[in-house]
Design a protein around this ligand. Structure first.
Ligand code: ZN
Length: 299
């Protein structure tokens, strides 16, 4: 794990397949954009902060996923820092019960066990109509990019560096990804298109890249997600339940399911693609002898 200078006072922590940006207010105080993953990154981030004698005064979060807000409460307890987050994301991680709404296919006990550490207290809510936020006297611009998660945001620092979060993924991640995650794919594709109008001098993609220009990457992302949906569409033969589609996709995409948590994650990922195919009119959902089944629309 190391620190990489991006531009002006904007830096980022390189942590495996993730970039965690931060903005230096002065030699000691920093504002982090997301706080990283607890399991694989907490120790490294903590050591890096100690080594550089940094004090985290605030964390602005792009969205409430386990690899982005996993150290919020840990850092808040340590530095008493402010946490700012889009209002819906803040509500999701405000309690284990609210997290259960998001991870609805897992039991409450499983949610508590695996995601309980995500629960945190948000001090500053970012509303849907808000285009900027002042944190510790520093203005950050906000672009709302819902879809990957319900209220995902991109955050631009005063150095004109945009943190894109998970609205885009790098080519490297695309190459290794069989079915990348989107909570609502239809919205996610609209948000990706929105980025064509975001003109900044640098862009940081969480997983994982730093770019001067992202036009090509946006187009490649949109095509990649649409092509994944198309590959799932091809596998739908006759009328199939969600379980039937899942079984076929796991086999054909050669997805390794080692435990039931991976299964529930893949199930959730698939749902977004199937809903997208349904919403765009390529497949329909009908009742068939007491089962809900999807089939292709005859063209
Ligand atoms: Zn995410």
């Amino acid at each position: 794990m190391e620190i990489k200078k991006i531009k002006g006072n904007t830096f980022c922590i390189t942590a495996g397949m993730t970039y965690i940006p931060f903005y230096k207010i002065n030699e000691k105080e920093i504002i982090m954009l997301d706080s990283g993953w607890a399991k694989g990154q907490r120790q490294g981030i903590d050591e890096l902060l100690e080594k550089n004698n940094f004090k985290v005064v605030a964390i602005i979060c792009s969205h409430a996923h386990v690899d982005h807000i996993g150290n919020n409460t840990f850092l808040k307890n340590k530095f008493n820092c402010i946490i700012a987050m889009p209002v819906y994301e803040a509500l999701v991680c405000s309690s284990v019960i609210n997290l259960k709404l998001y991870y609805s296919n897992q039991t409450l006990s499983d949610v508590a066990l695996h995601f309980g550490h995500m629960v945190c207290q948000t001090d500053m809510m970012i509303y849907d109509n808000q285009n900027s936020i002042y944190v510790c006297g520093v203005e950050f611009k906000i672009l709302h990019t819902p879809g990957h998660s319900p209220a995902h945001i991109c955050i631009t620092t005063p150095d004109d560096v945009a943190y894109i979060g998970d609205t885009l993924i790098s080519h490297e991640v695309m190459n290794g990804s069989k079915m990348p995650y989107a909570y609502i794919l239809t919205e996610d594709l609209l948000s990706k298109s929105k980025l064509y109008d975001l003109k900044c001098s640098k862009y940081i993609v969480a997983h994982k890249g730093i770019y001067n220009e992202i036009t090509g990457l946006i187009t490649d992302n949109i095509n990649f997600y649409k092509n994944r949906a198309k590959a799932i569409y091809i596998l739908i033969v006759g009328s199939m339940t969600m379980q039937d589609i899942l079984k076929t996709v796991i086999e054909n995409f050669n997805i390794n399911i080692s435990n039931r948590y991976k299964y529930t994650l893949i199930e959730r990922m698939l749902r977004s693609y199937v809903e997208y195919l349904n919403e765009t009119g390529l497949i329909v959902l009908n009742m068939d002898n007491g089962f809900l089944k999807y089939s292709k629309v005859n063209v």
